[in-house]
Ligand binder design. Structure first.
Ligand code: ES4
Ligand code: ZN
Length: 327
């Protein structure tokens, strides 16, 4: 089925997008030139050709290497502003954006440069594009909980500029249980909590994210399909899943979009949303994800499209009045 044209302009929220994953090769080369950095690729084309991944880790290696060009508050502003312009063009009215401070502070970039640059882009997007947005600070799960605790502490002077914490990076062998204390602390600070789980890791990691971290949304969560009991629980509790179809395809989480578990998740009553994850690396922004998905699923039509859009607004962390105004 073709995606109804109306959908392109319908108001939608994006809830799972890593701002470092929106770094387009052109901007990478511009920033590298600005800072006198030599990238390990000869050209924009050579860097694009390197975006052929076999799993999550092979992607993360390139993603962390490219993030090295982000050095100053202005770099983070430009990164954020480029995303917001693309998001507005896709009809996104609200975005809750992940950032990975540890990727930057480990290289000597100040926490303030990261957060204040992104915040300035967010303010400009609100004023000039009518697009609201919030930041979610993600802990890198391949690092220790001690380092996550230090990161949250370093971000406390900027507490007013982010609304929640998340958990990302290499999932295998880094279960949610490893981060129970730092998530408990975040909750006492009034922060929202989300976590990547069930992308490459098992359904049991989704259960841990719910039971131990008290995650309000699960990022990815596609491996929940392996556990009928968990599927029932997610449907019953109305836990949103932020699913990223092109990401799953590019990282070989699914062999083909036609075999994506999304139709089963939606049919089982789960509150699923569609998101772009790392759009500069995975072949497209939010509408590209919708288009690719609907092209691959002939059984889906306008009813499914609107359910997914409604879920995105409903699963956001904005005030209930704002949700009503959008719908
Ligand atoms: C990520 Cl696709 C994905 N999975 C886990 N962590 C990530 N960080 C950026 N993209
Ligand atoms: Zn992600």
């Amino acid at each position: 089925s073709a995606l109804p044209g109306l959908l392109a302009r319908a108001p939608k929220a994006e809830l799972h997008m890593h701002i470092e994953g929106s770094l387009e090769p052109e901007l990478s080369f511009q920033l590298a030139a600005r800072h006198g950095i030599t990238l390990p690729y000869a050209s924009v084309e050579a860097l694009r050709e390197a975006m052929d991944f076999e799993d999550l880790q092979s992607f993360l290696n390139l993603y962390y290497a490219c993030a090295d060009v982000l050095r100053t508050e202005d770099d983070f502003f430009e990164l954020g502003w480029a995303y917001f312009q693309r998001a507005a063009a896709d009809g996104i009215v609200h975005a809750e954006i992940f950032f990975d401070p540890q990727t930057h502070t480990a290289r000597g970039v100040p926490m303030g440069a990261v957060i204040l640059g992104l915040h300035r882009a967010s303010e400009q997007a609100r004023r000039q594009l009518g697009l609201s947005s919030s930041l979610i600070l993600c802990f890198l799960r391949h690092l220790s909980e001690e380092e996550a605790l230090q990161t949250l502490e370093a971000a406390l002077p900027y507490r007013e500029f982010f609304i929640g914490v998340g958990l990302d990076s290499a999932e295998r062998d880094h279960p949610p249980a490893k981060f129970e204390r730092v998530f408990a602390w975040a909750r006492t600070l009034g922060l929202h909590v989300v976590a990547h789980a069930g992308e490459e890791g098992p359904a049991a990691y989704v259960e841990q994210a719910l039971d131990l971290l008290h995650a309000e949304r699960i990022d990815h969560g596609v491996r929940s399909i392996d556990s009928p009991a968990l599927m029932q629980r997610l449907a019953h509790e109305g836990v949103p899943l932020t699913v990223c179809p092109l990401s799953n395809l590019k990282l070989c989480v699914v062999p083909d979009l036609a075999e994506h578990p999304l139709p089963q998740l939606l049919a089982a009553g789960l509150r699923v949303t569609i998101n772009s994850d790392d759009p500069a690396y995975f072949g497209g922004y939010l509408l590209d994800n919708f288009r690719a998905l609907f092209d691959a699923l002939p059984q889906w039509g306008a009813a499914e499209a609107y359910a997914l859009l409604r879920n995105s607004l409903q699963a956001s962390f904005v005030a209930p009045e704002q949700k009503v105004a959008w719908m």
